[in-house]
Design a protein around this ligand. Structure first.
Ligand SMILES: Nc1ncnc2c1ncn2[C@@H]1O[C@H](COP(=O)(O)OP(=O)(O)O)[C@@H](O)[C@H]1O
Ligand SMILES: O=P(O)(O)OC[C@H]1O[C@H](OP(=O)(O)OP(=O)(O)O)[C@H](O)[C@@H]1O
Length: 180
C-alpha cells in the first residue's frame, strides 16, 4: 500500500516546524522527514542531519537525495529513503522549499501541500523570538517571505496568525478528512 508525502511550506517563521510537531503529537503514526542541511549541528530547532558542503555534494553525487535545493545560504536535501518509506505505506511530513514543489509533485504522486501564511510583522516577531538566526539572517529570511508559489501547484492554505492549536486542528482535518 502506498503512503503519502505531506509538504509543509511557507516563509521563515510562519510555523512549519511547530505545525509539523503538533500534527505528529496528535497523530503518532505520521512521521517527519529528517532533512540533511549544511547548517551547524548546534543551531537547534528541528531535528536534522548536519553536514559540511563537501559532504553534501558527495552525498548528492552518490544519489542519496530525491530532492535538493539551496536557500538562506544553506543546502538542503531530502533523503532518497523518504521515497522508499512512502512507497511502503508511510505518511510523512516534510518541510520543503516552495521552489521544489513541482519536482516533488512529480516524484510523489498524491503529494498534499499545506501552505502556511502569516502577516509580515508576525513573521518578524517570531523569528526574533526564536533566536536561531542573527539580525542580518532574519532580514534575509523576511526578504524571501513573498517568494511566489510555482505555477500548477495546488496547495491548501492555512493562516497561522492565530493560535497554533487552531492551525494544527485545521491541518489534521485536511490530512484525515474522514475523522473531521
Ligand atoms: N501560531 C503560533 N502562535 C505563536 N507562535 C508561534 C505560532 N506558530 C509558531 N510559533 C513560534 O514562531 C517561531 C517560528 O516557528 P517555526 O515553527 O520555527 O517556523 P518555521 O519552521 O516556519 O520557520 C517559533 O518560536 C514558534 O514557537
Ligand atoms: O523557497 P522557500 O519556500 O522560501 O523556502 C526556503 C527555505 O526556507 C525554509 O528553510 P528552513 O526550514 O531552514 O528555515 P525556517 O525554519 O526559518 O523556515 C524552507 O524549509 C526552505 O528550506
Amino acid at each position: 500500500m502506498s503512503g503519502r508525502l505531506i509538504a509543509i511550506v511557507g516563509p521563515s517563521g510562519v510555523g512549519k516546524d511547530s505545525v509539523m510537531a503538533g500534527i505528529v503529537a496528535a497523530s503518532p503514526k505520521v512521521g517527519i522527514v529528517r532533512r540533511v542541511i549544511t547548517r551547524a549541528a548546534e543551531a537547534g530547532g528541528e531535528d536534522f542531519v548536519a553536514v559540511t558542503p563537501q559532504r553534501f555534494e558527495r552525498m548528492r553525487t552518490e544519489g542519496a537525495f530525491c530532492l535538493t535545493w539551496a536557500a538562506h545560504g544553506l543546502l538542503y536535501g531530502i533523503p532518497e529513503t523518504a521515497r522508499d518509506q512512502v512507497a511502503e505505506g508511510a505518511t510523512l511530513l516534510v518541510n520543503l522549499s516552495r521552489g521544489v514543489l513541482p519536482a516533488a509533485q512529480k516524484m510523489f504522486p498524491g503529494l498534499l501541500v499545506l501552505q502556511l501564511t502569516a502577516a509580515p510583522e508576525v513573521l518578524a516577531r517570531r523569528l526574533a523570538l526564536r533566536g536561531r538566526e542573527n539580525a542580518e539572517e532574519i532580514k534575509g529570511r523576511l526578504a524571501r517571505a513573498e517568494f511566489a508559489m510555482p505555477e500548477g501547484v495546488a496547495a491548501r492554505r492555512l493562516h497561522n496568525d492565530g493560535s497554533l492549536d487552531e492551525t494544527v486542528a485545521q491541518a489534521l482535518t485536511l490530512i484525515h478528512p474522514e475523522s473531521a
